[in-house]
Structure formats: C-alpha cells, structure tokens
Design a protein around this ligand. Sequence first.
Ligand SMILES: C[C@@](CO)(OP(=O)(O)O)[C@H](O)COP(=O)(O)OP(=O)(O)OC[C@H]1O[C@@H](n2ccc(N)nc2=O)[C@H](O)[C@@H]1O
Ligand SMILES: Nc1ncnc2c1ncn2[C@@H]1O[C@H](COP(=O)(O)OP(=O)(O)O)[C@@H](O)[C@H]1O
Length: 299
Amino acid sequence: MPVSLPATDSPFYPFPSPAKLNLFLHIVGRRTDGYHELETVFQFLTLADNIAIKPTTTSTITLLTPIDGVPNDDNLIVKAAKLLQAETQSPYGAEIKINKLLPMGGGLGGGSSNAATVLLALNVLWQCKLSYQQLAELGLQLGADVPIFIHGFAAFAQGIGEKLSPVYPDESIYLITKPQCSISTQQVFTAKALTRNTRKLDNNAFDDKTYINGYHNDCQNLVINHYPEVAKLLAWLIEYAPSRMTGTGACIFSRFDSEEEAKRVQKLLPNTMTSFVTKGINTSPLHSVLQQLESEICT
Ligand SMILES: C[C@@](CO)(OP(=O)(O)O)[C@H](O)COP(=O)(O)OP(=O)(O)OC[C@H]1O[C@@H](n2ccc(N)nc2=O)[C@H](O)[C@@H]1O
Ligand SMILES: Nc1ncnc2c1ncn2[C@@H]1O[C@H](COP(=O)(O)OP(=O)(O)O)[C@@H](O)[C@H]1O
C-alpha cells in the first residue's frame, strides 16, 4: 500500500549499511592540502551494519543506540542527518537505531557507509530529492569513502576516492580477519615512510578480476613494520589463500573459491580473533532497498 512520509506514526524503516574492501590501494601522489591521491578498486561485502530509521515531523535527530567510544554528536550517523537537514532546510527529524557489526577503524569503511546510508535513506524519507551526485559531494565532507557508498557500484576510484568508474571484480568469498589493534587513517597518511609515488595505472583495462596479482596496498608494508600482530597474521593467512590488507588497515581479506574452504580456515583462528566469512558484491544491497521504498512512497 502506498505510504505518505513523513507522518506522525511512521514506522522504523530498515536499511543495510555494507562494508567495503579496497582490493588494492595505490598511493600515486599528494595534493597541496595534504590529502593523498589514490588509485583503488572498491568492492562491497554482504557483511553490513543494520540501520533503522523512523522519520519524524519534528526536527530533532536522535540516535537511540549510541556506539561505545563514539559520542553521539561525533557519530557520522548524526552528522550525516544534520548535514542533510542543513543543506535542504528540511523541517523533519529522525529517530535512528544501529546494530553495529562492522569493526571500527579496520579499513572496512563502516563509518562512511553509515553516513551514506543515512544520507540516502533520509533523502527518500524526507523527500529531499537530491541527486546521487549532490549527496556524494555533501558526504565527501564527512569522509573520503562516502561517495562510493552513495553511488553503490564497485568501482575503480581515483582522486581521494570521488572519481569513480564501474568495474566488475569477481564476486569472491572472503575471510575477513581483524588483528587486535586499531590503526588510525591519519596516522598512516602522516607516516614519513609511506610510499606515495606508485605509478598511475595506464588504463582501466584490468586483466585480473581478483585484483590481487599485479596490484598491492601501499599502506600494508608500513603497517606490517609497526604492528607485528598484523605481520604475523598476514604471513599465516598467505599460506592458505591470497591475502591483503584493506584500506589503511588493520583488517585483512583472504580470497577463497568456496565458503566451505573459508570456514575451514576460519576455524583454525584463535577464538579471540574477530573474523567473518562473507562475499564480495558489485552492487550495494542498500540500493535495491531504496528503490523498493521509493516505489511505495506517495509524492
Ligand atoms: C584510506 C581509505 C581508502 O578507502 O580507507 P580507510 O582505511 O580509512 O577505510 C579512505 O580513503 C580513507 O577515508 P576516510 O577514513 O573517510 O578518511 P577521512 O576521514 O576523510 O580522512 C582521515 C585523515 O586521513 C588523511 N587522508 C585521508 C584520505 C586521503 N586520501 N588522504 C589523506 O591524507 C587526512 O589526513 C585525513 O584527515
Ligand atoms: N557510525 C560510525 N561507525 C563507525 N565509526 C564511526 C562512526 N561515527 C564515527 N566514527 C569514527 O570513525 C572512525 C573510523 O571508523 P570506520 O569507518 O569504521 O573505519 P575505517 O575508516 O578504518 O574503515 C572510528 O574509529 C570512529 O571514531
């Protein structure tokens, strides 16, 4: 049945907020503002946080499920909602809940993904009608990875992650492992020893659809040299499957041909280690949910 929004009795609408992998991450230069120019391939994972949003007719933004260690006002969920409100002068508000499954600060892009999910969902629920391009530009203020989650297709990204061309990597099974250390993106990018002059790729005609052979992650050696637990885990995983760090770390993804094989190796990990068996996907699961919602809403 068609619904009108926002309404005083709106329900909570559920939205996935998926993780991303950087299948490779080359640093090809540095801008005058200090930000690094990257070349990377982003792919989404079926592994996702779950966000539920109830649009309200008053302007308050409330996060009902605070995340440990992140004050609500610093939470990218709240920041994204307020940014959209300010940009569109929307009179509406929202109550928001999150079931946080993605490890934070692990290079899986959870914070940027949460921000993108909130921007896209409220754009529909508040009927703001901003385009994906406008939402991506807005979201870039919150994090360099927000645009990929807004556009929702696997992509070769340049610039700081905002210049996107679609690519179609193999949708492989991955074992994701999180070493017990948290690595700040800023710390990696300010390190003197970071390689910043990888040659730009000549064209977008990629041969290896796993993006493993012939590519690398420029942050990986730096992280390995400073965090022995990452070095040890990576060395162990490589014996079982092609493995690489995502983003600025510290999560590692290992590519398998089957879920059974990935689960077999997962069982060999220490019980204390956070790990997931998940699948790479080339379209964000959020976008089909949004399309369904849009088709149900009266304008
Ligand atoms: C490197 C990437 C690759 O996907 O992944 P993560 O490992 O963080 O997920 C991202 O570009 C990260 O994006 P994000 O985590 O949103 O970074 P931001 O909050 O925008 O920036 C954090 C800090 O890192 C530095 N930074 C970030 C991105 C970039 N291309 N160059 C930089 O120098 C800046 O000093 C900035 O202040
Ligand atoms: N909703 C959110 N989810 C995750 N992290 C958030 C959120 N809001 C703010 N943050 C902050 O962003 C930092 C980076 O988180 P995240 O995006 O998960 O890592 P990464 O950039 O390594 O992929 C966290 O350590 C946290 O302080």
